[in-house]
Design a protein around this ligand. Sequence first.
Ligand code: GLU
Ligand code: MG
Length: 487
Amino acid sequence: MTIGTVTAGPTASGPGGPGDQPVGPAGPLAAAVALPPRAERAERASAAADRLGAAGVEAVAVTWVDNAGIARVKAVPLGGLVHAAQWGVGAAPCFDVFLADDAVTTSPVIGGPTGDLRLYPDVERVVPLAAQPGWAWAPGDRHTQDGAPHPGCQRLFARRMEAAAAARGLGLLAGIEVEWVVALAGDPQEEPRYPTHGPAYGMHRLTDLSDYLRDVLRALGEQGLTVLQIHPEYSPGQFEVSVAPEGPVGAADTSVLVRHTVRAVSARHGLRVSFAPVVEAGAVGNGGHLHLSLWRDGRNLGHGGPGPHGLTAEAEGFLAGVLGALPELLVLGCSSPAGYLRLVPSHWAGAYQCWGLENREAALRLVTGSTGERAAAANAEVKCFDASANPYLAVGAVLAAGLAGLDQRRALPPEFTGDPAAAEPGTVPRLPASPAEALAAYERSAVLREALGEPLYETVLAVRRAEAEQYAGAAPERLVAATRWRY
Ligand code: GLU
Ligand code: MG
């Protein structure tokens, strides 16, 4: 695959002029993705720059996550932050068709060597990086040169879906668990060598790496994140951290920040990390489980209702929509072909399209929490996703599928208790076992096509097809080796 030539596609262009005013059609979804007036952006960026300067920041890294799930970056010196907030930073449209190994494919609508987009740092979210002294980080949104929302911007898509929920009076809390494998720094061609050989979930591992894990906690805390838990996981060298839930776009931002913080702390300890779906062929992989709860008027809709385990009708409809759409959602939540090596039975990855209370083999695990805390704690976990996903696409697509289920007042099928792998064959459907199967479901999904909008829908399809082709028929070891250090 080489750098392809494609037509720069149609971009949504609004009537409002060169970015001084919000542009594009009116309505709550459009308002959610419109740039605020330039003077307001300058004022906020200037206040942020003062704060950052006082904290010793010299430069700001602005990231976006591409359709292959890779966070890409443009950085500006602190003195350039106000200009970046006013005018954006240049970013080529062809980034939309990058693959995880930096090959570039083509899409009929977005990409190509010509054109320019503007990456705008979200200065509301900018934060000094505790493990990268002198640096701050901000997630970015991409707009066209005339200030209109870029139809291929994944973060703006997540914002639109959050606004679609808000337009129904619904709020969401989301959190993405981060699992990683830590190895000794070395040649990227090498098999991983681990800094600890302690058992799964073992205190032994925490003791071996206690300075490192304390520094991870310290850095996350200094960056304003509330850590809920950190612990060794099942596979060699594997750990997990979870942080407090927040709004869907915020949760996607946080998952980018957490991963890069873990990576930076690891580097300071002579270690490197992999968030790839699978680090050793055959082993339990790294998940990127998405927790979600639905709220209305300050009330958790996953609790106190007449449905299964206290679900309200709205929460049940939402979850039924998500459960039914899981095959096509894998295209957005399990990006890499390597994800299908992780998504296998008996790996706690949720390889079956079923739901169950606290069932770790079900793709949709219902969590009610303990007696006494349920009104706050009840939530659902999408287990089949991994960290090769673009988190903005993953949360946005789950919202789209959930809202469609809620609007259609769908009901959940019967709960599955126990291990689906031990059930009578054919009783519980397996999720797609290959990118091709997931893509076939995606191509049938009118809900995702409409929610993503044609340009983003088509570009995701192009990237996913190209990656599937790259590794079609590859031995697991080759696929794992090719993806291990990319995520
Ligand atoms: N590592 C498992 C996965 O691939 C998940 C383990 C857990 O349940 O936390 O998703
Ligand atoms: Mg885990």
